[in-house]
Write a protein that binds this ligand. Structure first.
Ligand SMILES: [Fe+2]
Ligand SMILES: [Fe+2]
Length: 189
Protein backbone atom coordinates (compact mmCIF):
# COMPACT_ATOMS: atom_id res chain seq x y z
CA UNK A 1 0.00 0.00 0.00
CA UNK A 2 1.36 3.45 -0.89
CA UNK A 3 1.25 6.27 1.63
CA UNK A 4 -1.48 8.01 -0.41
CA UNK A 5 -3.62 4.87 -0.32
CA UNK A 6 -3.01 4.57 3.40
CA UNK A 7 -4.14 8.19 3.84
CA UNK A 8 -7.38 7.48 2.01
CA UNK A 9 -8.11 4.49 4.21
CA UNK A 10 -7.30 6.45 7.36
CA UNK A 11 -9.57 9.30 6.24
CA UNK A 12 -12.38 6.81 5.74
CA UNK A 13 -11.80 5.10 9.08
CA UNK A 14 -11.72 8.39 11.00
CA UNK A 15 -14.69 9.83 9.14
CA UNK A 16 -13.86 13.48 9.76
CA UNK A 17 -11.70 15.95 7.77
CA UNK A 18 -10.61 17.94 10.80
CA UNK A 19 -9.14 14.95 12.67
CA UNK A 20 -7.67 13.50 9.49
CA UNK A 21 -5.88 16.80 8.75
CA UNK A 22 -4.37 16.60 12.24
CA UNK A 23 -3.10 13.07 11.48
CA UNK A 24 -1.46 14.27 8.25
CA UNK A 25 0.27 17.13 10.11
CA UNK A 26 1.44 14.77 12.87
CA UNK A 27 2.78 12.35 10.23
CA UNK A 28 4.72 15.16 8.53
CA UNK A 29 6.13 16.61 11.71
CA UNK A 30 7.05 13.19 13.15
CA UNK A 31 8.80 12.33 9.88
CA UNK A 32 10.79 15.56 10.01
CA UNK A 33 11.75 15.16 13.68
CA UNK A 34 12.78 11.55 13.07
CA UNK A 35 15.07 12.65 10.25
CA UNK A 36 16.72 15.23 12.50
CA UNK A 37 17.14 12.85 15.44
CA UNK A 38 18.24 9.70 13.62
CA UNK A 39 15.04 7.75 14.17
CA UNK A 40 13.31 5.87 11.32
CA UNK A 41 11.41 8.59 9.43
CA UNK A 42 9.26 6.09 7.52
CA UNK A 43 8.08 4.48 10.77
CA UNK A 44 7.51 7.92 12.31
CA UNK A 45 5.31 8.96 9.39
CA UNK A 46 3.34 5.72 9.56
CA UNK A 47 2.79 6.00 13.33
CA UNK A 48 1.78 9.65 12.93
CA UNK A 49 -0.78 8.81 10.28
CA UNK A 50 -2.33 6.00 12.35
CA UNK A 51 -2.03 7.43 15.87
CA UNK A 52 -5.61 8.70 16.26
CA UNK A 53 -7.66 5.97 14.56
CA UNK A 54 -9.88 5.63 17.65
CA UNK A 55 -9.84 9.29 18.74
CA UNK A 56 -13.47 9.98 17.83
CA UNK A 57 -14.91 6.81 19.37
CA UNK A 58 -17.46 7.14 22.18
CA UNK A 59 -16.43 6.01 25.67
CA UNK A 60 -18.62 2.93 25.26
CA UNK A 61 -16.92 2.01 22.00
CA UNK A 62 -13.43 2.63 23.40
CA UNK A 63 -14.14 0.20 26.23
CA UNK A 64 -15.94 -2.35 24.06
CA UNK A 65 -13.35 -2.42 21.27
CA UNK A 66 -10.48 -2.53 23.75
CA UNK A 67 -12.01 -5.64 25.23
CA UNK A 68 -12.67 -7.11 21.80
CA UNK A 69 -9.11 -6.56 20.61
CA UNK A 70 -7.46 -7.64 23.87
CA UNK A 71 -6.18 -4.20 24.89
CA UNK A 72 -5.66 -4.27 28.67
CA UNK A 73 -7.72 -1.62 30.48
CA UNK A 74 -6.22 -0.20 33.68
CA UNK A 75 -8.23 1.38 36.51
CA UNK A 76 -7.16 4.82 35.28
CA UNK A 77 -8.32 4.02 31.75
CA UNK A 78 -11.63 2.64 32.96
CA UNK A 79 -12.20 5.91 34.81
CA UNK A 80 -11.00 8.01 31.82
CA UNK A 81 -11.74 5.96 28.68
CA UNK A 82 -10.60 8.76 26.31
CA UNK A 83 -6.94 7.87 26.96
CA UNK A 84 -7.68 4.36 25.66
CA UNK A 85 -7.76 5.78 22.14
CA UNK A 86 -3.95 5.55 22.05
CA UNK A 87 -3.45 1.82 22.79
CA UNK A 88 -6.67 1.04 20.92
CA UNK A 89 -5.40 2.91 17.83
CA UNK A 90 -2.28 0.72 18.00
CA UNK A 91 -4.47 -2.40 18.14
CA UNK A 92 -6.52 -1.13 15.17
CA UNK A 93 -3.35 -0.36 13.20
CA UNK A 94 -2.50 -4.01 13.64
CA UNK A 95 -5.95 -5.53 13.12
CA UNK A 96 -7.19 -3.34 10.28
CA UNK A 97 -4.08 -1.84 8.64
CA UNK A 98 -1.79 -4.87 8.96
CA UNK A 99 0.91 -2.86 10.74
CA UNK A 100 2.80 -5.24 13.01
CA UNK A 101 6.06 -3.37 13.63
CA UNK A 102 6.36 -3.19 17.44
CA UNK A 103 8.23 0.13 17.26
CA UNK A 104 5.42 1.77 15.27
CA UNK A 105 2.75 0.25 17.53
CA UNK A 106 4.60 1.44 20.64
CA UNK A 107 4.78 5.01 19.34
CA UNK A 108 1.03 5.00 18.64
CA UNK A 109 0.20 3.49 22.04
CA UNK A 110 2.30 6.05 23.98
CA UNK A 111 1.30 9.20 22.09
CA UNK A 112 -1.19 10.51 24.67
CA UNK A 113 0.14 9.74 28.15
CA UNK A 114 3.83 9.17 27.33
CA UNK A 115 5.56 6.44 29.39
CA UNK A 116 8.51 5.70 31.63
CA UNK A 117 10.38 4.08 28.77
CA UNK A 118 10.34 5.86 25.44
CA UNK A 119 12.41 5.31 22.31
CA UNK A 120 13.39 8.19 20.04
CA UNK A 121 10.55 7.11 17.74
CA UNK A 122 8.06 7.17 20.65
CA UNK A 123 9.28 10.69 21.52
CA UNK A 124 9.01 12.16 18.01
CA UNK A 125 5.42 10.92 17.64
CA UNK A 126 4.47 12.17 21.12
CA UNK A 127 5.99 15.58 20.37
CA UNK A 128 4.50 15.82 16.87
CA UNK A 129 1.05 15.09 18.30
CA UNK A 130 1.34 17.84 20.89
CA UNK A 131 3.27 20.39 18.83
CA UNK A 132 1.98 20.12 15.24
CA UNK A 133 1.24 23.54 13.69
CA UNK A 134 -2.55 23.12 13.95
CA UNK A 135 -2.35 23.17 17.77
CA UNK A 136 -3.10 26.57 19.16
CA UNK A 137 -1.48 27.53 22.46
CA UNK A 138 1.13 30.12 23.44
CA UNK A 139 4.26 27.93 23.88
CA UNK A 140 3.64 25.73 20.82
CA UNK A 141 6.06 27.34 18.37
CA UNK A 142 8.81 27.60 20.95
CA UNK A 143 8.41 23.94 21.97
CA UNK A 144 8.32 22.84 18.31
CA UNK A 145 11.61 24.65 17.69
CA UNK A 146 13.08 23.02 20.81
CA UNK A 147 11.95 19.60 19.54
CA UNK A 148 14.16 20.10 16.47
CA UNK A 149 17.20 20.98 18.60
CA UNK A 150 16.94 18.69 21.64
CA UNK A 151 14.54 15.76 21.90
CA UNK A 152 14.98 15.16 25.62
CA UNK A 153 14.64 18.82 26.57
CA UNK A 154 11.53 19.03 24.39
CA UNK A 155 10.03 16.00 26.14
CA UNK A 156 10.73 17.56 29.54
CA UNK A 157 9.19 20.89 28.51
CA UNK A 158 6.19 19.40 26.68
CA UNK A 159 5.29 17.00 29.48
CA UNK A 160 5.69 19.95 31.89
CA UNK A 161 3.34 22.01 29.77
CA UNK A 162 0.69 19.27 29.66
CA UNK A 163 1.05 18.87 33.41
CA UNK A 164 0.25 22.56 33.90
CA UNK A 165 -2.76 22.09 31.63
CA UNK A 166 -3.99 19.11 33.69
CA UNK A 167 -3.56 21.12 36.89
CA UNK A 168 -5.45 24.12 35.51
CA UNK A 169 -8.38 21.87 34.55
CA UNK A 170 -8.09 19.84 37.77
CA UNK A 171 -7.60 16.69 35.72
CA UNK A 172 -5.85 13.68 37.27
CA UNK A 173 -2.32 12.56 36.41
CA UNK A 174 -2.06 9.12 34.77
CA UNK A 175 0.49 6.65 36.21
CA UNK A 176 2.17 6.42 32.77
CA UNK A 177 2.64 10.21 32.67
CA UNK A 178 4.00 10.19 36.23
CA UNK A 179 6.55 7.58 35.09
CA UNK A 180 7.48 9.75 32.08
CA UNK A 181 7.96 12.75 34.40
CA UNK A 182 10.54 10.75 36.33
CA UNK A 183 12.32 9.58 33.19
CA UNK A 184 12.57 13.04 31.67
CA UNK A 185 13.15 14.93 34.93
CA UNK A 186 9.95 16.98 34.93
CA UNK A 187 9.45 18.91 38.19
CA UNK A 188 6.13 18.07 39.88
CA UNK A 189 5.71 21.75 40.91
FE1 LIG B 1 -4.54 11.17 20.25
FE1 LIG C 1 -3.48 13.27 17.89
Amino acid sequence: MTFTELGKRVRKHIGQDHRYAHCVRVARMAENLARIHDADSRKARLAGMLHDLARLYSEERLLRDSERLGVPVSDFERAHPIVLHAPLSAALAQAEFAVHDPEVLSAIAKHTLAAGEMSALDCVVYLADGLEPGRDYPERAELAALAERDLRAAMRATIGSSLRYLRSKELPLAPATAAAMKTFGVEAA
